[in-house]
Design a protein around this ligand. Structure first.
Ligand code: AMP
Ligand code: GLY
Length: 430
């Protein structure tokens, strides 16, 4: 079978790497891919971007299955487009992807279905938003309604920061913030405290299959300091998701979401990612939904997955009213996987491109260097995005996985390389 992965980040390299291991997969195409997917003989990069171009190419090349990595093509309706032409694809429709692409939609959805989340209100009128902040006071969280790569959430410890965030996000065109139909809106919500975890499941419209748990590290610097990023490293499993927290998350968050979407006529298919805040007594609340795998969470999760991913995706996309994920039982490597992101100079604000990446190690057992923002120029790997690589290692426990990942990370060099030295610190303390 020929399969297609849409996207070009670390998550997509991990998806393609895993799919290529399936005995039934003949070739994995990645659109547009990166320097890592270009360098693997089992994978091939396709320089296409638009939804209709991708659909046409998939038809002409008899692609048996497509899996979509990033949120942007999902929010633009790539799944609807592929399905309209009878192509098999794993991901949510444009309507279902609103769980991520509109914070106003997802908060109102959670309220309608009694799903635990921070108390909130939403605004399009700046005067009302400012008055609300004056009334409630800081700390408070301001979120842009639409997709906003990294600029969409301000956790304001002072009211002045919250006021400034409202002014920024409610502009007619705020750089980095995409407004949905009807114009600029913000969600203003209560600050939640506790420990975060990423809870990702696969859905076929009806059945739900949880993946292994994980924990991301959102801030740029050690000790969870500095600006927010897309994620500087992750590990799986996350000890904070105890069996009790797991059961509660399924019962109170995941299943009501899937049932609610089904009831509202926008059945969810694809990866559903609930960002959780778990308080001291083990109560999980939903910080946000994403309608895709996390990046970098996908890299450690997929390194631990022993089951053939192609078989799982075929079950999930079985033609008919819904798939047959209920027949699948996932097998996981019992070890811990931990990934350390190596980011470019200037990330997250203005990542520099074109730095030569050298001393990339050959594959070592149980360590994979997944590429993200890389490209090949004159036969050399160069930086081409903010998060450049994710060195992911398996170990018997968090400490061992951490040690192995850092041993390999330290071998790699590019000018301006930045990485955190403490990925896994919360688990290592336990
Ligand atoms: P996002 O960009 O939506 O992934 O959110 C970025 C980060 O903001 C989350 O990972 C949390 O650390 C933080 N965050 C978002 N909402 C809240 C909240 N209500 N309370 C505390 N932290 C939050
Ligand atoms: N690592 C967080 C995300 O993928 O949204």
């Amino acid at each position: 079978m020929k399969v297609l992965v849409i996207g070009g980040g670390g998550r997509e390299h991990a998806l393609a790497w895993k799919l290529a291991q399936s005995p039934r997969v003949h070739k994995v195409y990645v659109a547009p891919g990166n320097g890592g997917t270009a360098g693997d003989a089992r994978l091939e990069n396709i320089a296409l971007q638009g939804e209709s171009e991708l659909r046409q190419w998939a038809l002409e090349n008899k692609i048996a299955l497509t899996v979509v990595g990033p949120e942007a093509p999902l929010a633009r309706g790539v799944v609807d487009e592929f399905r309209r032409f009878g192509l098999r694809v794993f991901g949510p429709t444009r309507g279902a992807a609103q769980l991520e692409s509109s914070k106003v939609f997802s908060k109102a959805f959670m309220k309608r279905h009694g799903i635990p989340t921070a108390a909130y209100d939403s605004f399009s009128d700046p005067a009302l938003a400012h008055a609300y902040i004056d009334r409630v006071g800081a700390p408070i969280v301001v979120k842009a309604d639409g997709l906003a790569a990294g600029k969409g959430v301000v956790v304001a410890l002072q009211a002045s920061e919250a006021h400034a965030a409202v002014d920024y996000m409610l502009q007619d065109s705020a750089p980095g913030v995409a407004h949905n139909e009807g114009g600029a809106r913000v969600v203003i919500e209560e600050l939640l405290t506790g420990e975060e975890a990423s809870f990702i499941v696969m859905c076929d419209g009806k059945n739900v299959l949880p993946l292994a748990t994980s924990q991301d590290h959102k801030r740029l610097l050690d000790g969870d300091l500095g600006p927010n990023t897309g994620g500087m490293g992750a590990y799986s499993p996350a000890a904070v998701v105890t069996p009790a927290v797991h059961a509660r998350t399924m019962r109170e968050i995941i299943l009501p979401t899937i049932r609610g979407m089904e009831k509202e006529g926008i059945a969810f298919t694809g990866f559903l990612y609930a960002g959780l805040m778990i308080d001291g007594s083990g109560h999980p609340k939903t910080l946000e939904f994403n309608c895709r795998l996390g990046d970098p969470e996908a890299q450690p999760i997929l390194m631990r997955l022993k089951t053939d991913l192609l078989e799982v995706l075929l079950a999930a996309t079985e033609p008919g009213a819904h798939g047959r994920l209920d027949e699948i039982e996932l097998q996981w490597d019992r070890r811990t996987a931990l990934g350390v992101v190596l980011a470019a100079h200037g990330y997250p604000l203005r990542p520099r491109r074109g730095d030569v990446v050298d001393r990339l190690p050959a594959d070592v057992e149980d360590v994979v260097v997944f590429h993200a923002g890389t490209a090949v120029a004159d036969d050399r790997v160069v930086t081409a995005g903010g998060r450049v690589l994710c060195v992911t290692a398996l170990g018997d426990n968090v400490r061992q996985a951490q040690q192995r990942a850092y041993e390999v990370a330290r071998l790699i060099h590019f000018d301006g390389m930045q990485y955190r030295g403490d990925i896994g610190h919360r688990a290592a303390k336990i």
